[in-house]
Structure formats: C-alpha cells, structure tokens
Design a protein around this ligand. Structure first.
Ligand code: PLP
Length: 422
C-alpha cells in the first residue's frame, strides 16, 4: 500500500515502539511474564482513567465495551437516561433498547453540547429514582462535541443512578477524572488515543457498579465482567478467555509511552492539534461543526462549502495527496462534512499535510479556499506557548459551559513536544 497520512478518528497511526513491541512470537497467555504485562497495562490505564477502580480488558472494539456496560449493570425493563447529541450516543441507546432497557433521551441538535439543564430537570422529576443509569458520550466523534461529564455528575446530585461514560475517542487524549467526577463505568478502546491496533476494549467499574452487577439479569457469558474481575484479582492477573496477545503487547508499550510523556503534556499536545485544525478551517474560510467552546480536541468536523460533496473531497485527498481523512457519519452528515482525526500518535506536521490536502482538494474540485491562510493560521498555533499551568481537569467545560481548552494563548516561544514515541 502507498504511504498515506492517516487522519481519521481511529484507528490512528501506531508509534514505531508499538509496532516493534507487537513484532513478537506468541507467549503463554496464562504464563507469569504475560500476567505481569497485563498487570502493568491495567495499572497504567488506571493512571490514564484517573481511577482506583477495576479496569477490565475485553477482546472487543469500543462497541463491545459499550454493550458489556449495558448487559452487566442493567436489567430488562430498567429505565436509563441517555444524553443524545450524535450518532455514538444514539448507538449506545440503541444497544440498551436491544436488551429491553427503556431509554429516555435528552437530546440536543447534533453539534450542540449536553443540555445540562434538561438532564437536571429529568433527574429531579424522577423522584422515585427509576433511572438506573445515565449514559453520556464524552467525545461525540460524529460531531466533534465535548460533552460535559462533570456537569452531568453535578446534575445527578444525590440521584443514585450510575454514571456511565463512553470515552472511546477521549480517554488518553483529554482529561477524565473517573473517580473525581464519580464516573461508575467508563469505556474506551485500544485504537484511538491509546495508539494501538483495534481489538481491545477497556471498561472501568466502580464499587457501586459492581453492586449493580449483582442485580443485573441480562444474559451474558463472554462479556460477564465478574468473571474477568475474578481473574484480574487472581495471583496471576489474566483474562477468563484467550486474550488478543499481540494487541496487549502493543497497548502495553503504548501506555508506557503515554505515561513517560506525562498526561499533562499529552493533553496539551491534543489541545494544540485541536486548535491547529480549527484555526486552519477558519483561515480557509470554512466552518467547523461545533462552536470552539465545546469542540473536542481529538477530532474536527469541518463543514464543506455550499455545493461541495464531502465524499468527493475526501476521495480527492486520498487519491491525489495520499491523505486519508474521515467522512461524516450517518446519512445526514455524510455529504456535508469531513472529519479530521488528530488523536493518539498524530504529529503536527501530519496534520498540516492533511489540512493542506483538504484545501487543495477543495480547489481541485472547483471550490477554491485560501489554503495558505489556513496553514499560516495553523502554524501560528504551533508557535504559541501553551497556556499556563493547567490541571488534569481543565479540558472539561466549566460551569458556564465554556471549555477552558480554547483559551487563547499569548504568542511567543516554544514549539510543542512531538507526538509520543519519537
Ligand atoms: N463511541 C465513540 C465515541 C466512538 O468514537 C466510536 C468509534 O469511533 C465508538 C463508540 C465505537 O467504537 P468501535 O468502532 O471501536 O466499536
């Protein structure tokens, strides 16, 4: 295959150290050395999730992790509240409905953030505490919206529903405080910010969620997280069934890279990539779907100018410039926007190449934009010094709903650290 610049919101390119780690002979997945590797991987993930809760690895992609969350902590007939403002939130709600869970949706237009007031209203009205869980997608990859998980926790107040978070395109790239925000169940997958191939899902489970698991009557066998819990607490941590050994090799290396770089730097690197993509779009005279105030720093959906077909633009970028950018998901957005993924192992220069390919492709197809102005604006973000000392939580929107991650930095100085693994 020709060398391409891969800028989709997962799978992401793999750091060379991850590729090398996977280029290994098979081992006994029940042997001591592999058990130690699983233990280190899960401990590293606890740092990334910011939790002391159990983290359960599953042979699955993110969707499998989301399904596991439904079947382990809920029962048919239970009611849940789902914050729905994009296609991944809708998918999780649909999974729950497949299992006979009754889903009430609090919706916002696609591209708009969590309607916190609506969430609070529904929860306050539920005086009988019928809702067993609230489902939120932290980074809604279909629209590039950052949903305010901490705000949803605040809206829950004393309501006993579990807080369950889809962190598939966020965990490891932007902050989550699983324990600090009281997240009972958080799900991610290996192929996004965790810079590994697709194939593993990771689910963190609070003590309250384990108690709910005892009451859950939905059918499960392979995805029964209690079996997995028993295994990881055994003398030799492991998995109940044969695990995806090579992906564990890769994820172990990748998590090591993330921790060596340090989470604050990883988060800052993603913030910078997000700012670059948004600045470039604006410089070219294009619009991003969500407002900067709640734009997530892992994927940037850019609306195409009138008359331009997003599918044709991404095909042109691929064929003429060897750049692979994501298209819109679902029929509604498919032709209207492209999505540039910039999470995990994505270097600023790759993003610049992708943005240039986007501008040129539009021009090639008869929709000229000011590509150079876009690139200048993106490079300007590279030269900006990171805004001063930010805590791990600073990427989440604050109480006013305005994300801190886009506060404008003052000009001068330092180039950013390059992506992990160099
Ligand atoms: N949830 C979110 C927010 C996602 O971005 C994705 C994939 O892009 C999924 C769920 C589904 O994950 P997977 O494709 O790994 O099953």
């Amino acid at each position: 295959m020709p060398p391409t610049t891969l800028l989709i919101p997962g799978p992401t390119p793999l750091p060379p150290a991850v590729l090398r780690a996977m280029n290994r002979q098979m081992v006994n997945h029940r042997g001591p050395a592999f058990g130690e590797m699983v233990r280190e991987l899960l401990d590293g993930l606890k740092t990334i999730f910011d939790t002391t809760n159990d983290i359960i690895p599953l042979n699955a992609t993110g969707t499998g992790g989301l399904e596991a969350a439904i079947v382990n902590f809920l029962s048919a007939g239970d009611r849940v509240l789902s914050v729905n403002n994009g296609s991944f939130a809708e998918r999780w709600a649909a999974i729950a409905e497949q299992y006979g869970v009754r889903v009430d949706r609090v919706t916002a237009e696609w591209g708009q953030p969590t309607p916190l007031a609506g969430v609070g209203e529904r929860l306050r009205a539920d005086t009988g505490h019928e809702y067993r869980a609230v489902l939120v997608t932290q980074s809604e990859t279909s629209t590039g919206v950052l949903n305010d998980v901490r705000g949803v926790r605040q809206a829950l107040g004393g309501h006993p529903a579990l807080l369950m978070v889809d962190g598939v395109s966020s965990i490891g790239a932007i902050p989550i405080e699983t324990d600090g925000w009281g997240v009972d169940v958080a799900v991610t997958a290996s192929q996004k910010a965790l810079m590994s191939p697709p194939g593993l899902a990771f689910v963190s489970v609070s003590e309250r969620a384990w108690q709910a698991a005892e009451r859950s009557s939905l059918p499960k066998y392979y995805f029964d997280l209690r079996k997995a819990r028993a295994q990881i607490h055994g003398t030799l941590p492991g998995t109940p069934f044969t695990t995806a050994v090579s992906i564990v090799f890769g994820a172990h290396a990748a998590v090591g890279l993330i921790l060596r770089e340090g989470l604050p730097k990883v988060f800052e690197r993603h913030r910078r990539l997000g700012r670059m993509a948004r600045a470039a779009a604006r410089g070219m005279g294009l619009r991003t779907l969500p407002n900067d105030a709640y734009a997530v720093d892992t994927v940037t959906p850019i609306l195409m100018p009138d008359g331009a077909n997003a599918q044709a633009v991404s095909a042109r970028a691929r064929e003429a410039y060897d750049v692979v950018i994501g298209s819109g998901v679902t029929r509604y957005l498919k032709f209207e926007l492209i999505r540039i993924g910039h999470l995990g192992y994505t270097k600023p220069e790759w993003l610049l190449a992708g943005l240039e390919a986007l501008g040129r492709s539009l021009g090639d197809l008869g929709h000229p934009v000011d590509t150079e102005a876009g690139l200048v604006a993106a490079r300007q973000q590279l030269r900006l010094r990171p805004p001063r000392a930010r805590g791990a939580a600073s990427n989440a929107p604050n109480q006013t709903g305005r994300a801190n991650n886009d506060a404008h930095a003052s000009a001068a100085g330092a180039r950013p650290a390059s992506a992990a693994g160099d």
